[in-house]
Design a protein around this ligand. Sequence first.
Ligand SMILES: [Zn+2]
Ligand SMILES: [Zn+2]
Length: 537
Amino acid sequence: MDKHAVTHTLDQLAAVLELKGESAARVRAVQRAARSEILATGRSSALDELREQVPPGLVEMLRIPGLGVAKVRQIHEALAIESLGELEAAAVDGRLAALPRFGTKTVEAVRRGIASLRQVAGPRLFHHARDEIERVRRALTGLEGGGVQRVEVAGAVRRRCEIIGRLDLIAVQADPAAREALIHRLAQTPGVTEIGGQAGTITLRFASGTVVDVLPTTPDRFGLDWIRATGSSAHVAAFEDRARTLGVSLEGAFPDETRAYQAIDCAWVPPELREEGDALEAAAAGRLPHLVEPADLCGFLHCHSHYSDGTVTIAEWAAGCRAAGYDWVGITDHSQSSPYAGGLRAEDVAQQHAEIDAVNAGAVGLRVLKGVEADILTDGTLDYGPDVLDRFDFVIGSIHSRFGMSEGEMTRRVLAAMDDPHLTILGHPTGRLLLQREPYAIDLEQVLRTAAERGIAVEVNADPHRLDLDWRLVRRARELGVLISIGADAHSPAGITNVDIGLGIARKGWLQPADVLNTRDAEGFLAFARQRRAVTA
Ligand SMILES: [Zn+2]
Ligand SMILES: [Zn+2]
């Protein structure tokens, strides 16, 4: 491992410890202890575990010039902010400027810092890429000249991939001869420093480092070109192969995607499915799934209230979820021995449940369910006795510690937890943090088979830093008959929008409404949890 990478890991370790409020002496001691492990293995198990205890968005905020640990903690504590998106909103609406020691100058610096953080070239998380490409798309749409009628997002963002390398747009121009005018127009986009490109694509480089490929097209070629600019190379190759085999010329007019797919005897393929593999075969055979949609979801699952590390009350969760259109919400605070500060102590369960009952008695149109995110301890037991677990409507079991176990040990640990009839849902099943931490070693095939057998749902954790279960395995889970639960893992109502990102992963995994636990009404969901307890108890 090179010196640079070691330093980087040590810096991250220090940042996370400082965010937790550890003293400088303690930070140095932990760094000293971790150094030889990092040199030997390239990783730090201490860092892996600490990352569970600090929202990843806070670590990202430290990269903004002018925001040190003290300011980031102040923002988190005073405004309950834990992501760059929320921070940006607070910078815009004045909440940030109203904090002590935050003037308009600092706020301006924060806004610039967020913008440049997002606009780094190279792999980035889906939600950052989506926000960034949308800004560029709007900037191009708003420019005068060049005869551009329409600009649309293409590429991996449109396919809703979890990590995005290149950013792709398609621009519709009435007059194909006006390419020069288009280039001239693109050069006026704010921040563009360089224009290049090949094979028809125009590549924009921004001062910030962002690179965006723009594919110019005409109205009558738009459908076919949007397919080409969206699909993985495997999907595009399969499309063209099929056209060749059928003797279909792709030189004609294809003003929309449906007509282009029809030309090769296929149904329109949802962008999420345009990866490698058999989507096109399924489209030809009329076997494409009817993918789950936002309107299919009635229940909101996996959120933390102020009873653990969340920032709002039960009543505020109920109000937020009702406003977002849900029929029910399952509150799941952390359990007692969670390494997170302030897991729900057994003696506080009664108080939390009384509060939920009161909200249910007063609320109209939304039901609050009593759940918990119980730690799966190292021996595979859940973090409360059966008498306490019995009092919850449902239980998510998750691993938050000892990520470094061998595959055999970790698999045994999770399978042991699945022996407990209280376990309704297995939470973030691999523990990965995208671009930060690899999944822990575990035999997921065995875990998924067991989940199918026992009627345990498996989570697609919709936190954009996790997106765990991976969509490739979601598809496998579906084949095995595992029910999938989309869990927001939200710590404040701003995280309600995580669900949409998780839904993209569910769709990439070919899930239909019946495959997703959140599409059931409250009674249906409760029946699922009860059945699990009755069958195995
Ligand atoms: Zn968790
Ligand atoms: Zn959680």
